[in-house]
Ligand binder design. Structure first.
Ligand SMILES: [Zn+2]
Length: 237
């Protein structure tokens, strides 16, 4: 790995066996990383990054704003999301087992009176996880038949920079817990994308063609997700 400095902006460079240059801005701090083909010179990369400076600044600003919105206090009337819809939080304190209830406008959190912010967050995250664990097997079933693949295992976890991952050898896919908050098509898109790695490991033309075949509107869903890390891909060799 190499690093160079553009004014006050540090840029990390990793040379890999790839064809295209990838420039990524990573949350939470807006760190800039470049993946470059093996023989590409640092000077060429520097020129490329300079040409993308305004884009980088824009992405960093976006991340900063997102960060400001993110923290939740788990108090009455706060906005929380489920399947792309906004709900108002209601908190009801009682001595029963904690649970979450959803109706057309409200997401109701039943908690013990002594529950702190962390506890409330855990309860809601656990609920999100349960919802995904019910929804994902249906999608896997549906696409296993269409794609003629077999998923051995799936899991849901919190990930900072990815919506999903796939380990093709173990035939295991992971889905980001945050997807519970996004529209159902976004979850579908990620599940299909990760399952497709069982047929094709890299994001090449074949991958794109298969994506078009199995989920023709995937680009729309991808845009909707406003993927993080935000990524910019430049020229082809
Ligand atoms: Zn992928």
């Amino acid at each position: 790995m190499a690093t160079f400095q553009l004014g006050d902006l540090p840029v990390e460079v990793v040379h890999k066996n790839i064809k295209n240059v990838h420039l990524s801005v990573y949350p939470p701090s807006g760190k800039v990383k470049v993946s470059a083909p093996l023989h590409m010179e640092l000077e060429t990369i520097r020129v490329f990054v300079i040409s993308k400076l305004s884009w980088i600044k824009k992405q960093q600003k976006k991340l900063k704003n997102q960060k400001r919105e993110a923290p939740r206090d788990y108090i009455e009337r706060e906005s929380h999301y489920y399947q792309g819809k906004r709900y108002q939080l209601k908190v009801i304190e009682n001595q029963n087992k904690s649970r979450v209830e959803l109706n057309h406008k409200y997401l109701t959190l039943y908690v013990r009176p002594e529950s702190d912010l962390q506890k409330r967050q855990d309860i809601l995250n656990q609920w999100y996880r349960e919802q995904l664990k019910q929804q994902i097997p249906k999608l896997i079933d549906q696409y296993e038949k269409l794609m003629d693949v077999d998923v051995a295992e799936f899991g849901v976890k919190r990930m900072k920079t990815k919506w999903g991952t796939c380990n093709p050898e173990a035939r295991r896919i992971w889905v980001n817990l945050e997807l519970a908050k996004k529209p159902p098509e976004c979850l579908e898109y990620i599940v299909v994308h990760e399952m497709l790695h069982l047929l094709e490991a890299s994001h090449n033309n074949r991958f794109t063609n298969l994506m078009d075949l199995f989920l023709p509107k995937w680009r729309l869903y991808k845009d909707e997700l406003n993927r993080l890390p935000v990524r910019h891909e430049l020229w082809r060799y």
